[in-house]
Write a new protein. Structure first.
Lengths: 369, 88
């Protein structure tokens, strides 16, 4: 069985299911028609379980949970929310639950959620009740870490749990930077050295960067990849300095984008989908010619992979949660566009075809086994 | 105090489809608390964690818009829950 692609859109949730050869795809849904679905994530510790981050244009943000592979959903009894404040304190309210991450494999009921404005939340009962992670949300530096104030609020995303140690966490804030905790979220340290922040008055700041997407390979967890507003980076611990591997991208294409996706078993293989980050930041495919770029050597070199994609006048935007890989030996790679198309490659990015179109604006594409 | 609450369509998944419910309370806060007891989860979709009415929600007691949850509700009043939809 090829599994399911869960498609979270601005207007609801869809599922794409393929036959075993991944040739024929069938679209199901919508569920939650009219709801904004920011992220849908399968629990690798309990594959029948999925969590979904939702809101609508009018109603407050919340989380839904399924225990039957997405057939039915139940809302969290206590969705992510900031703690009550004392007089004089800033009263931040969660506007969006933007990101969901399952906890460590030894903590079967733990989940993390990231919000806009930037907040970190944890559930220890499978997503039914959520508590703010005070070590971040109330950190004395937090107002400075996430101070840039983009119009939609800053987003906390890319919550990574080190498979070797449940207390070792990373988060990314757009705009704010990457932060690391080694005590289960009790305290946090910026981890941005080497990353550019060329939109700031002082580009050599320790935080204030704009990571768009950060990933960690389970087979080599000391390695992080990051697609940043200012390039593609790799960090190999215990070093604490990011290397700009996007320098190896063609100059005419650049190394700006939203998503970065890793091969399920090979920590040297990754895919990105560059976008136009020039002048007023169109954030569309460079030159109207969409292409995935892949590396098999950890970013030392990149190869254009656009067979089957439109050759011209295709102005895709692909958001940070809207690209993923499956777990086949020759992995499928998938992305969804804000124009409502889903594109699939079942040969590691070598060839592409559109497997769904006419969907609402796509926010999230995730694979569930 | 007993009042009638008219529920906007986006919230009717919490009321088993009912457009109107009877509720008890002498303030809007009490009415919403009473509603929450019978329709778990509905309050947080309207009211944020700092007791503020969410930006796209409007609450009326009869024909007067209530800006605070301390608004008085009298016997026989109708509370209207309205969603301020905008954009496409």
């Amino acid at each position: 069985m090829a599994g399911t692609l869960w498609i979270g859109t601005r207007k609801g949730l869809f599922a794409l299911r393929a036959d075993g050869a991944r040739r024929n795809w069938k679209l199901a849904g919508p569920q939650f028609l009219g709801h904004i679905i920011h992220h849908v994530v399968q629990d690798p510790r309990a594959p029948r379980v999925l969590l979904l981050a939702a809101k609508t244009g009018h109603l407050g943000p919340t989380v839904f949970r399924s225990t039957d592979r997405g057939r039915s959903w139940r809302e969290a009894a206590r969705p992510p929310a900031f703690r009550p404040v004392n007089d004089g304190e800033e009263a931040r309210a969660v506007q969006r639950v933007f990101w969901l991450t399952p906890g460590h494999h030894t903590q079967a009921a733990t989940w993390y959620a990231g919000s806009s404005p930037a907040g970190l939340f944890r559930s220890t009962d499978g997503g039914e009740h959520w508590e703010p992670v005070a070590g971040f949300n109330d950190h004395p530096m937090r107002p400075k870490w996430a101070a840039f104030g983009t119009p939609d609020g800053e987003f906390l995303h890319s919550i990574l749990v080190d498979p070797r140690d449940p207390r070792h966490l990373y988060i990314a804030i757009s705009v704010g930077g990457v932060f690391e905790s080694t005590d289960a979220g009790g305290d946090w340290t910026p981890l941005n050295e080497g990353c550019a922040a060329d939109f700031l008055p002082d580009p050599s700041v320790p935080f204030g960067h704009d990571p768009h997407c950060m990933v960690q390979h389970p087979a080599r967890p000391e390695r992080l990849y990051q697609q940043n507003h200012c390039g593609i980076y790799r960090l190999d611990g215990p070093q604490r300095r990011w290397q700009r591997i996007g320098k190896a991208m063609p100059k005419k294409v650049g190394d700006i984008g939203f998503p970065i996706v890793l091969h399920p078993t090979d920590p040297d293989t990754a895919w990105v989908l560059p976008m136009d980050g020039q002048s007023v930041w169109p954030r569309t495919s460079v030159g109207g010619r969409p292409a995935v770029y892949g590396t098999r050597d950890g970013g030392a070199s990149w190869r254009r992979m656009d067979r089957g994609l439109p050759r011209s006048q295709a102005w895709f935007t692909v958001l940070r949660q809207a690209m993923c890989a499956d777990i086949h030996a020759r992995p499928g790679v998938y992305f969804g566009t804000t124009g409502g198309e889903v594109w699939a490659s079942t040969n590691g990015g070598e060839g592409w075809r559109c497997v769904a179109r006419h969907l609402p604006e796509i926010y999230s594409v995730t694979h569930a086994a | 105090m007993s009042c009638t609450v008219r529920i906007a369509s986006p919230l009717r998944s919490y009321t088993a489809g009912a457009a109107t419910l009877a509720a008890r309370g002498s303030t809007l806060a009490e009415v919403l608390a009473n509603l929450e007891q019978r329709c778990p989860g509905i309050r947080f979709r309207m009211i944020d964690e700092h007791e503020r009415i969410r930006p796209h929600m409007r609450l009326f007691v009869n024909t007067s818009e209530a800006r605070e949850l301390s608004a008085v509700v009298r016997d026989g009043d109708t509370v209207h829950v309205i969603c301020a939809l905008s954009g496409g």
